[in-house]
Design a protein around this ligand. Structure first.
Ligand code: ATP
Ligand code: MG
Length: 568
């Protein structure tokens, strides 16, 4: 591809709307352009990368025996009413009506559509197992679209759905997808981890996420190499602490704490640490508010909270009026003493003594509080997010925490959808069997952003070779003034292409500095510079995007190097 024919424009300045580096670089390098919130056009350069991701995904899905289909992006509401998700899916679902006033949605996922196909097409166990997949546009009306293509509203997903006669079959289909995903992310050249994930309301069934490791990741990953544990922080369990709670050393005292609505203000005012405080969070419940009590420095885990009987789903913090009614005080001063609503304590609170709590009175706290003496010894539950240093659930090691970007999610659905939509096949004995389903998603467009998060420097993108839009960039120096350089460059351009390489030929009449800066920004793995001086010695200047310095090489050696590394 000739640069002058590619319509590529790079930006010099960092776009201010982009919060993270991958979004900035995708805009700067001209991979994407924004249309509206969470909506992006893939420009020619970006599309080349996207196609490379898709190709690897398709090859591995095909290899695993899955069958490609394309389902409609727009789906009739009736199907969603059958599974109850028309109401449950909430505001993420973009709903619309057609000219006959019939309800439709723009598909955020395709379980309903594929289960409808399955119940029509699959009659006998002999047709199973089968796994259908597609690479297609989804729409989710995200609350906070951000980070460019990483959390967009319209995005490309590879979604696959397996059908088996029974759970054992499903486990085998799931295992195959797990292995296909490992192969995909390895081929893409990304650093990733497979973690246990929340199985949501479906319960009990297995679910794992594929996380690309990156500091900007929205997900927390708890892991431990000593016992091979890895889980999304959302689901990592904390263990009830053992050992004796220290005996009280202080008397209970109610003190004035003006303007200490937050733990932060409270610890600053009392000159203590957050570990010495308890926070009491009031949440909505099915029959009135419920109090959740955690150590001040710990974070409430919404998924765990939702599992507590009576807590409203989705988890909702109580409003000021409810808090006032339940505690008799403005928000920020709730505490368990004298609180007459159901109270749930996190495991970690049991080990505390001489702690500080809200007094259910504005600007007042209790200090020197102790279980057994001032507050009943609580039954504890798992309420919080794990933190670095917590013991692993297996108990053999301690947890480390890393950040990750969810690029894939595999899930044993079981019979939830097939049951509600009545998708059965005849089993070996001629009886109706409800099919066991699995679903498997990959965020195809998100992968591009995630790859850049993991592979960049201050100058730009450093593509993993399997994703690079071009294998090699050819940069002639002074081509517009030197016939020697022009002829040699044109010949080289032809030759590199005939070797099967994707070549970007920077044929612009621009200063070398401009060309080099763009080459680095765009992140093409191999750079070959053609200059008059080099040609005199039969040499090209070679530099890999990851190298610190360029080096002069014999023309053929440079070509071999590029070829071997790109086409391997
Ligand atoms: P998240 O937790 O990030 O919102 P999810 O768990 O809702 O994602 P899934 O339903 O598991 O997403 O969808 C499969 C894959 O699609 C995800 O693993 C992710 O890679 C991708 N994906 C989901 N939402 C988005 C989005 N808004 N923009 C881009 N990719 C997305
Ligand atoms: Mg997911």
């Amino acid at each position: 591809m000739r640069f002058t024919r590619f319509g590529l424009t790079t930006l010099r300045d960092t776009p201010s709307e982009a919060e993270i580096v991958s979004h900035q670089l995708m805009l700067k390098a001209g991979l994407i352009r924004r249309l509206a919130s969470g909506l992006f056009t893939w420009m020619p350069l970006g599309l080349r990368v996207l196609r490379k991701v898709e190709r690897i995904v398709r090859e591995e899905m095909d290899r695993a025996g899955a069958l490609e289909v394309v389902m409609p992006a727009v789906q009739p509401a009736e199907l969603w009413r059958e599974t109850g998700r028309w109401d449950k899916y909430g505001h993420l679902l973009l709903r619309m009506t057609d000219r006959h006033d019939r309800d439709f949605c723009f598909g955020p996922t395709h379980e309903e559509v594929i289960t409808d196909i399955a119940r029509r097409e699959l009659r006998s166990y002999k047709q199973l197992p089968v796994n259908f997949y597609q690479v297609q546009v989804k729409f989710r009306d995200e609350i906070r679209p951000r980070f460019g293509v990483m959390r967009a509203r319209e995005f490309m997903m590879k979604d696959a759905y397996s059908f088996d006669t029974d759970q054992a079959g499903l486990e085998e289909s799931y295992r195959k997808m797990h292995n296909a995903y490992v192969a995909i992310f390895e081929r893409l050249g990304l650093g990733f981890r497979v973690v246990d994930a929340d199985s949501g309301e479906i319960g009990g069934s297995r679910s794992q996420e594929f996380m690309v490791l990156a500091d900007s990741g929205e997900d927390g990953i708890a892991w431990c190499d000593e016992d091979n544990y890895a889980s999304n922080v959302e689901t990592a369990a904390t263990s009830p602490r053992e050992g004796i709670t220290p005996a009280p050393t202080r008397d209970l005292e109610k003190i004035s704490t003006p303007n200490c609505k937050t733990i932060e203000n409270l610890v600053a005012f009392l000159d203590i640490t957050a570990e010495q405080t308890l926070k009491t969070l009031i949440v909505d419940g099915d029959d009135g508010p419920i109090a959740l009590v955690l150590r001040g420095d710990h974070e409430l885990n919404a998924i765990k909270a939702d599992r507590i009987p009576g807590v409203a789903e989705p988890l909702t913090m109580a409003g000021p009026a409810t808090i006032q009614k339940a505690t008799g005080s403005v928000p920020g001063y709730a505490g368990p003493i004298g609180l007459d609503i159901p109270i749930f304590y996190d495991h970690a609170t049991a080990a505390m003594s001489d702690f500080v709590i809200g007094a259910n009175e504005a600007d007042m706290h209790y200090v020197g509080v102790n279980f057994g003496r001032d507050v009943d010894v609580p039954e504890t539950v798992d309420l919080r997010n794990v933190i670095e240093g917590d013991p692993t659930p297996g108990g053999k090691g301690t947890l480390k925490i890393a950040r990750g970007i969810e690029v894939g999610h595999i899930f044993q659905l079981g019979t939830v959808y097939s049951e509600s939509m009545n998708a059965t096949v005849q089993d070996k004995d001629g009886k109706d069997a409800t099919m066991a389903m699995g679903c498997y998603g990959i965020g195809v467009t998100r992968i591009v952003g995630a790859a850049i998060e993991q592979n960049h420097d201050e100058k730009g993108i450093i593509w993993p070779e399997p994703l690079a839009p071009f294998d090699v960039i050819l940069v002639p120096i002074n081509m517009h003034r030197s016939d020697t350089v022009r002829e040699a460059s044109e010949a080289l351009y032809e030759e590199l292409q005939s070797m099967g390489l994707d070549v970007l030929f920077d044929d612009r009449d621009a200063r070398p500095g401009v060309k080099f800066a763009d080459a680095e920004l765009i992140g093409i793995p191999h750079r070959l510079v053609v200059s008059e001086r080099g040609l005199e010695a039969g040499e090209l200047e070679y530099r890999h995007r990851r190298d610190d310095e360029s080096r002069m090489m014999k023309r053929d050696d440079a070509l071999d190097l590029v070829k071997d590394s790109s086409l391997s």
